[in-house]
Write a protein that binds this ligand. Structure first.
Ligand SMILES: CC(C)(COP(=O)(O)OP(=O)(O)OC[C@H]1O[C@@H](n2cnc3c(N)ncnc32)[C@H](O)[C@@H]1OP(=O)(O)O)[C@@H](O)C(=O)NCCC(=O)NCCS
Length: 161
């Protein structure tokens, strides 16, 4: 158990190979949000490419399922490099959004990062202003941008500079 959203217990568990179709569905729903206007087939291809790239990452990503009262409702992927805890992706299935679950998961991530004295780093597409707004509300700041996305960071008070 990592926390509570209103009326629900939120937990994480490591994803395993049997979770792949669920992870694919979650990735697809997240692409639909982050890249509005693309048709279903293109989004599905994009989600597959993301899943394949994830599998080949160095260092490997840690993928966890987000459970609400034991039911898998989303996923978070992170990776550690020196001094950094990278938030690669976080997504919930659409009907579970906007209930405080993402905030509970991110609060937990910050606790882990603070314990390990790491800066949390993430990228967010310009096409996803709601996620960007949430991240900024939770303490991330913009550190760079390119044509596709913002690079954002949330620095631990105790992170090495
Ligand atoms: C981003 C996400 C994980 C946040 O989790 P959540 O449980 O919905 O967030 P909370 O309930 O704790 O906070 C709600 C806030 O999330 C933000 N948000 C971002 N994307 C959202 C979405 N697709 N739907 C609803 N809220 C979203 C909004 O700022 C919202 O605040 P508001 O209610 O004032 O508009 C979740 O909304 C999601 O899976 N979105 C689609 C995938 C995505 O965009 N991932 C981020 C990739 S960088």
């Amino acid at each position: 158990m990592i926390g509570h959203a209103p009326g629900a217990t939120v937990a994480l568990r490591p994803a395993n190979p049997e979770d792949e179709s669920l992870l694919q569905a979650i990735a697809l729903s997240a692409r639909a949000d982050a890249l509005p206007g693309l048709d279903g087939e293109v989004l599905a291809m994009q989600a597959s490419v993301v899943r394949r790239a994830r599998a080949g990452r160095v260092p490997p990503a840690d993928e966890e399922l987000v459970l609400v009262d034991g039911e898998p409702v989303g996923a978070i992927a992170t990776a550690r490099t020196p001094g950094v805890l990278e938030l690669i992706d976080i997504a919930l299935l659409p009907r579970w959004r906007r209930r405080g679950i993402g905030t509970a998961v991110l609060d937990r991530l910050f606790t882990v990062a603070d314990d390990e004295r790491r800066t949390v780093r993430a990228r967010v597409y310009h096409t996803n202003p709601r996620a960007h707004a949430l991240y900024r509300r939770l303490g991330f700041v913009d550190v760079d941008r390119d044509e596709l996305s913002w690079m954002i960071e949330r620095r631990s008070a105790s992170a090495a500079s």
